[in-house]
Design a protein around this ligand. Structure first.
Ligand SMILES: [Zn+2]
Length: 218
């Protein structure tokens, strides 16, 4: 792993990954809501059956440094992710995600929305490349009095989650953060500091989406 790539992938999630952030993201999305609606009834028909892999999507998470209560919350978050991936809403919003009026994600790795959806369903992490339809990772809890919610490295299967936030988040909030970090395990990156486009990157946009749809399952 050369230094620059490693640096890009030192991933920091700021405190505003909470409800207030979702709110501002919703407002951003509203700007493109007309196009979004058009697209939903365009080339991706809602009549297509949801792919079986969305319904069978599974997770295998290794817990490090969890109390039983914390593990219960993380397991609930994992169930929320599975339920969200199985929804038509999730599929539709991934396929129809727009940035600047174009059906795309920022930092999409050269992949179309449909390819990104398939990459999620495949569950082939960069370091665990089998297409096993399963989200796999180690998650380690730690405490730090910082504004970092969680982070990971391209060179590791592990995701570190700060209990400062984990302990006060709802399970949907935990799901939001975990899915964001897992997008990094699939190879997707984003700007290391805030930019107007960063919310449209795969990790931010889809973490937000999982958190938003996940609230329905609390
Ligand atoms: Zn990130």
């Amino acid at each position: 792993m050369h230094a620059m790539k490693k640096m890009t992938l030192i991933l920091v999630l700021m405190t505003f990954l909470t409800a207030s952030c979702n709110q501002s993201n919703r407002n951003n999305s509203d700007n493109t809501s007309v196009k979004l609606t058009d697209n939903i009834y365009g080339d991706h028909s809602d009549q297509d059956p949801i792919p079986n892999e969305a319904l069978t999507f599974d997770a295998r998470i290794h817990f490090v440094n969890f109390t039983s209560e914390q593990q219960e919350k993380m397991e609930e978050a994992i169930e929320i992710i599975k339920m969200v991936v199985a929804t038509e809403e999730f599929r539709s919003k991934v396929l129809n995600h727009t940035y600047n009026g174009k059906k795309t994600f920022v930092d999409n790795g050269g992949y179309s929305n449909a390819q990104i959806y398939q990459i999620i369903l495949d569950g082939a992490e960069r370091l665990l490349p089998a297409k096993n339809n399963t989200m796999e990772a180690e998650v380690e809890l730690y405490y730090a009095a910082t504004n970092v919610v969680g982070y990971t490295y391209a060179s590791s299967n592990r995701i570190w989650v700060n209990t400062k936030y984990f302990n006060i988040y709802t399970a949907a909030g935990v799901a939001h953060n975990l899915f964001h970090e897992w997008m990094h395990k699939l190879g997707f990156i984003h700007d290391s500091s805030w930019s107007s486009s960063r919310d449209y990157s795969v990790p931010y946009a889809l973490g937000d989406l999982v958190g938003e749809i996940g609230k329905e399952f609390l």
